[in-house]
Design a protein around this ligand. Structure first.
Ligand code: AMP
Length: 190
């Protein structure tokens, strides 16, 4: 079993790289952002609860996202491995993920941290906003997302650095070159 987290600021290319990674390594992909967007579109209780905060660019609560993750793991017990995108986003979520790994007899193999400077990201996300249909791809929400990313999400890197599972990946350049670097890392830990 191979369990990988793809980590990085909003707009770093996590979703794009994930499509290649999950194919190559036959991983079950879970994006908490994608699931939350589906919940919002379907107008579920969770969706209604998180809609305002997500559209503003804030983070959903740790309780909500960790319960989504646990349910997903339980529903995919036959998986040969998971690729987590956009989770964990707080140190508390990382701690809960560790507890879930223990509970379900799983192990974290690596965290891939896509590194891209903030100025490039804002540009990319504004462009993405033209076609993504996402209510949070606008300049106000983007700025708000970076505040949360810097204060609440960046500390997660220290958490994984201390566990010796963190791998930095240069997120600038051609998609294929970034993917090739990611493969080198995964092949060395798999
Ligand atoms: P993403 O698609 O990963 O960019 O996520 C879109 C939005 O969903 C984020 O800006 C947050 O509002 C929310 N979200 C996604 N994942 C998480 C998470 N792990 N914890 C809290 N909020 C999340």
């Amino acid at each position: 079993m191979l369990n990988i987290i793809i980590f990085g600021p909003p707009g770093a290319g996590k979703g794009t790289q994930s499509t290649f990674i999950k194919e190559r390594y036959d991983l079950t992909y879970i994006s908490t952002g994608q699931i939350l967007r589906q919940e919002m579109a379907a107008g579920t209780e969770i969706g209604l609860h998180v809609k305002e905060i997500i559209n503003k660019g804030g983070l959903a609560s740790d309780e909500i996202v960790t319960s989504i993750i646990e349910k997903f793991i339980v529903n995919h017990r036959d998986s040969s491995g998971f690729l987590f995108d956009g989770f964990p986003r707080t140190t508390r979520q990382a701690e809960i993920l560790d507890e879930l790994f223990r509970k379900y007899d799983m192990k974290l193999d690596g965290v891939l941290s896509l590194e891209v400077p903030e100025e490039m990201l804002i540009d990319r996300m504004l462009k993405r906003g033209l076609t993504s249909g996402r209510d949070d791809d606008n300049i106000e929400s983007i700025r708000y997302r970076f505040i949360d990313d810097n204060t609440k999400t960046k500390p997660v890197l220290d958490y994984y650095q201390n566990k010796n599972v963190l791998h930095d990946v240069n997120g600038i350049g051609e998609i294929e070159d970034i993917f090739a670097n990611i493969c080198k890392i995964i092949d060395s830990i798999a």
